[in-house]
Design a protein around this ligand. Structure first.
Ligand code: NI
Length: 168
């Protein structure tokens, strides 16, 4: 398929809640392949459908840039079953180019979803992959990583966010 433009902060679509996928038809498979192409080009760790302007509950996570043994994973209609612990780590988002912030998130996650063939799977993850899954899952709910910042950190970032929003 094709590399799609990534929606940048300031575009209101990022605040929308994505819709459940009813059937994994060709349209959804094409969407997944667009996400894969777009993420590869952007060299990110994860990308959700809403970030290319499609409000469907689909995201991908690919940690191969930081872990050569990692495989790209597709999550359709994901559900977070449990989270555990808490850890602070620096985080970025392809919709916020150049912005990295320390964010507290659960340390572990158990998630279930469908793969691109419609096969259900469960995954228990920790460290970076847990973080990536939780970050991408938030996108499906219209939630962004800056929502976790302290009021002070948010204030300090205000000017840069404004700039991003203006350019988007
Ligand atoms: Ni993101």
């Amino acid at each position: 398929m094709a590399v799609q433009p990534i929606v940048i902060y300031g575009n209101k679509v990022l605040r929308e809640v994505s819709e459940k996928v009813d059937t994994i038809n060709q349209e959804i498979k094409d969407l997944v392949s667009d996400l894969i192409d777009t993420l590869k080009k952007a060299q990110g760790l994860g990308l959700s459908a809403v970030q290319i302007g499609i409000l469907k509950r689909v995201f991908i996570v690919d940690l191969s840039a930081v872990d050569i043994t990692a495989k790209l994973k597709v999550f359709i209609n994901p559900e977070i079953i449990i989270t555990e612990g808490e850890i602070e780590f620096e985080e970025g988002c392809l919709s916020f180019p150049g912005i990295y912030q320390k964010i507290v998130r659960p340390a572990k996650v158990k998630v279930k979803a469908l793969d691109v063939d419609g096969k259900p799977f469960e995954l228990e993850a920790d460290s970076l992959i847990a973080r990536a899954i939780l970050h991408e899952y938030d996108h499906l709910e219209g939630k962004l990583f800056i929502d976790y910042l302290s009021p002070l950190a948010k204030t300090m970032l205000k000017g840069r966010l404004k700039k991003l929003a203006k350019a988007s």
